[in-house]
Every structure is written in C-alpha cells, then in structure tokens.
Design a protein around this ligand. Structure first.
Ligand SMILES: *Cc1c(COP(=O)(O)O)cnc(C)c1O
Length: 400
C-alpha cells in the first residue's frame, strides 16, 4: 500500500536520513562546545567532530580536508567562489564565463558582477542541456579569470562534460568553479580528475540537514586565493568567519559518508525506479516528451513535458504527489523555466513540464502509484483542454 502524500521532489531537498539525525543529536545537548574554543574539552571535542566531518567530505570529492570551507549551503558557496575569485583576481582580468542553465545562485551573483566592472559571457547549451567544451575554449580570452559551470543541472539532470572543461581551463590558466549541489553524493565527483578549482556543495540535497554546505578551495596547482565575503573571527582560514554550525557539519559529514558508501547500489536502484516511472507514463499517456540528456543525466531525474497540459495545473491535480514544475526557486515567479528555454523549448513546451526527483526513500509501489495518478490527471486535464481536442482532430498533427 502506498501512503500518500508521495514525496518525489528530491532535487529541491531531501528528507534527512535517520542515521544522520542520530549522528547530529549529541551535538545539541551533550557535545555542544564551540569548535573555536581552545581552552577546554568541550571545544576540543567539537573541533574533533568538525575535523572528522571535513575528512568524510573531502574523501568523497578527492580533496584534502584542509581544502574544505564550511558555509551555509551551495548558495553561499557559489557567492564566495564568484565574488571571492573576482575580487582577488581583479588585477589579472575582468572576464567571467558561465552557462545559460546555471542555478540562480550562480547567475545572480555573476549578473551583479557587472556593476563591479566585470564582463560576462553566458554560453548556450544544446537541446539536451549541455555546454560544448569548444565554446568554452573560444570564450576564454587573456582577460578571463573564472569559468563557472555546474556539474549536473537541477531541473533536467543533464551532466556537463566537466572533465573536458576542466582540462581546457587548466590549459588556459583560468580558474574553474563548479556548482555540484546536485552531483556530490549522487554521481562520482573527483576534483583532481575533473580539474576543478572551486566546488560548491550542499548537505540538504544528499539527505543531510538544511543550512550547511561547503566550498572546496584548491590549495595547490594552483593555490586559489579568494577575497572573503564575511569578516569576523577569521574562521575557516579567514575565508568564512562565524561560529561553525557543528551539528550541521557533523550531519553533512555523516550524510556524505553514507552517500558515498551506498552510491553504486543506490544509483542503480534509483535509475531502475526512474526508468519504471518513465516507461509506465509512456505506456499510458500520449504526447510526452523527455527533457534533458538521454544518457548523460542524473540517475534519479525525470523531466517530462505533457503536451497541452499546463505544469501548474498538473501540479494541482496531483495534490498528493510532491513534484515540481521548473525549479522551486523560479516556480514562485511562474515564468517558463530559463533552463528549458535555453535548451530551445518554446514557452508552450516549457510551461508543460514536470520534474520528478526520485530519492532514497521512494519505493516501487510509490512509483506505480504516481504513474496511475499522472495518467488520470493528464487525461482529465486534456479532456477539458480545447487545444488538445483541436490537435487530436487535426489528425497527424505533431505535438512534439
Ligand atoms: C539547491 C541548489 C542550490 C542552492 O543550495 P542551497 O544549499 O539551498 O543554498 C544551488 N545550486 C544548485 C544546482 C542546487 O540544486
């Protein structure tokens, strides 16, 4: 039996794994020291807990623990990487390269660099949502200081050719930042193999708590220098002042250790569930289009357009299934997703899209239940859609 509501919005956030909750609990009422307190055992134990988490996190991305800077999440990590690199490298150049399908937590800070005198190139993507590494190479000039391109997209799950882009950046001597909030703990990420200098992460996308994340900052070849945004006690090597969120950090470390240990098995299971969901919908519903890359895509992502059905209406009809249309951050604005538009979808196609994000706690029964609910809801909405009946009657008319 499926208990509703069913949560299938795991790109927005994830449930905290019970093992993570367990690991965090002592930090609230027993081991509550300030990790910066050097004069007593409460502080020492808190610092030990933070060090353990740093090791757990660094290991997952192939980094050194000293290269992990704790922040409040991927938004802050992106801001620190972008403003921090720009301010530190002003003397060297003023040009920044990014991609059209980036999260707003990258596009907005880069957009605001304009008022600080930056020049910005926003690279296009193909129909599947990928940036062409050749475009990256062509965009880089003598004044380029930073390339910021995400690891995997939060709406359509498309994975960029990150290693190739990293190689180009290294060759040209330009820093490479990647927002990996959707990738770390889900697919293999290795800052050495991919030539990444700055990498943003977030705990709440990997079954950890909200309000904690990290920025990986490379320490050798090259040693990356950033200008901090927050000034104060000089925590985190001076890059991010403020008392460390010890419970959050401990939870983040535990969450990533679990994710790394279970990754091969879990990604296979989620891919199977995702494909079952996709197949189930295709077998029962006509005029459905897949958004994103057919293979270079996160294993738990399924973004579909249902012709003639407005995503918002479908969301409401699916009142006991938690999914989203576009990204949660933009759905408040009710504009067609900038990601789908950049991939060449028309406004009409973009507003008919729904994102399913499967996760660790979804079951096969839930998937079958969601297929039923989607089938019923789409048929009901199309039955009352004048456009759909016109299209049906105009036999042979393609809706794709
Ligand atoms: C969720 C997300 C963010 C924002 O992360 P927070 O930790 O919530 O600030 C940034 N980038 C991507 C790709 C995301 O999916």
């Amino acid at each position: 039996m499926t208990r509703s509501p069913v949560y299938m919005d795991n790109h927005s956030t994830t449930r905290v794994d019970p093992r993570v909750v367990e690991a965090m609990l002592p930090c609230f009422d027993r081991e509550y020291g300030n990790a910066a307190s050097r004069t007593h055992s409460f502080g020492w134990r808190a610092e030990e807990a933070v060090t353990r988490a740093r090791v757990q996190i660094a290991r997952v991305i192939g980094a050194d623990p000293k290269e992990i800077v704790f922040t409040s999440g991927a938004t802050e990590s992106n801001n620190l990487a972008i403003f921090g690199a720009f301010e530190a490298l002003r003397a060297k150049g003023d040009h920044v390269v990014t991609g059209a399908t980036e999260h707003n937590a990258v596009l907005d800070p880069i957009g605001s660099l304009g008022s600080r005198g930056a020049r910005v190139t926003v690279l296009p993507v193909d129909r599947q949502g990928r940036v062409d590494p050749d475009d990256v190479r062509k965009a880089i000039t003598a004044r380029t200081i930073l390339v910021s391109l995400m690891f995997a997209n939060n709406e359509v799950g498309t994975i960029h050719p990150v290693a190739e882009i990293g190689r180009i950046c290294k060759e040209k001597g330009v820093l490479f930042h990647s927002d990996a909030a959707q990738a770390v703990g889900k697919i293999r990420v290795d800052v050495q193999a991919e030539g990444i200098d700055l990498l943003s992460m977030s705990a709440h996308k990997v079954y950890g708590p909200k309000g904690i994340g990290a920025l990986y900052v490379r320490r050798k070849s090259p040693r990356v220098i950033l200008e901090p945004i927050l000034h104060g006690g000089g925590h985190e090597r001076g890059l991010r002042s403020g008392t460390l969120n010890v419970p959050g950090i401990v939870g983040f470390g535990a969450a990533l250790e679990i994710a790394a240990a279970s990754m091969p098995e879990e990604s296979r299971r989620l891919r199977d569930l995702r494909d079952r969901l996709h197949r189930g919908i295709l077998e029962r519903v006509a005029d459905v289009r897949l958004n994103g890359h057919p293979t270079e895509r996160l294993p738990h992502n399924l973004n579909l357009s249902f012709a003639y059905v407005e995503g918002e209406a479908l969301l409401m009809a699916l009142d006991d299934v938690a999914v989203s249309s576009g990204s949660a951050c933009t759905s408040a604005r009710k504009e067609p997703s900038h990601v789908l538009r950049a991939m060449g979808l028309s406004d009409d196609q973009a507003v008919t899209s729904i994102r399913f994000g499967l996760g660790r706690f979804n079951t096969q029964d839930e998937v079958d239940y969601v297929v039923d609910r989607v089938d019923g809801a789409v048929k009901r909405l199309r039955a009352i859609s004048p456009l759909y009946s016109v299209a049906r009657d105009g036999a042979g008319e393609s809706t794709r």
